[in-house]
Design a protein around this ligand. Structure first.
Ligand code: NI
Length: 192
């Protein structure tokens, strides 16, 4: 598990400073992100290179999540709409850490209810492990006695902003508000 300490208040892209908001994590010099190949909710295979053709916000979670993920994906959806109002096309991407239950068919129905632009990705357990490793995402299956679900997934919850040219450019804690997420994304993109 990568522990990233937000020590600096400002980080830079090509010498241009960007203020860190309280829910932004300093990613300067962090080795986070990288290529992956997964299966979209359409059933089609897609590479990260094909997917990331503009500003893209990636979140790892699972659709059976009883608490945090549903709120976080709504934040992504709202931030996408807020940015669209300012003429910025953000692609929201959800990667499941529970490929056993999150099949393409399951994700298709779920994603359509979240946002029309949401790309929901699944794959083999190896595919998911590789993508999660690239983003330093921790996840683990845990038994849930007394719950309706057979099991839950413990997982880290961050939003990753990536662009085709720069890779990972920002990382946000999931407690951020949709408005904060949108304005931080706009600020970071303007500094690139
Ligand atoms: Ni969750």
């Amino acid at each position: 598990v990568a522990i990233i300490v937000a020590a600096a208040v400002v980080f830079t892209f090509a010498g241009r400073p960007v203020d860190l908001s309280p829910n932004m994590i300093n990613v300067e010099g962090a080795d986070i992100g990288g290529p992956f190949e997964l299966t979209a909710q359409t059933g089609e295979r897609i590479t990260s290179e094909e997917l990331i053709d503009g500003p893209t916000l990636i979140y790892f979670g699972y659709t059976f999540c009883p608490d945090v993920c549903p709120i976080d994906v709504q934040k992504m959806a709202q931030a996408t709409d807020l940015l669209a109002e300012d003429g910025i096309a953000l692609t929201p991407v959800f990667v499941t850490v529970d490929p056993e239950r999150d099949t393409p068919a399951e994700l298709a129905e779920w994603a359509a209810a979240v946002h029309p632009d949401l790309v929901a990705l699944t794959g083999s357990t190896e595919d998911i492990r590789a993508a999660a490793d690239a983003y330093k995402v921790y996840y683990q299956k845990v038994d849930s006695e007394g719950s309706a679900a057979d099991y839950l997934m413990n997982h880290t919850s961050y939003f990753y902003l990536v662009t085709p040219g720069d890779g990972l450019v920002a990382m946000f804690r999931h407690d951020i508000t949709p408005e904060g997420l949108a304005s931080d994304i706009e600020r970071v993109l303007a500094a690139l």
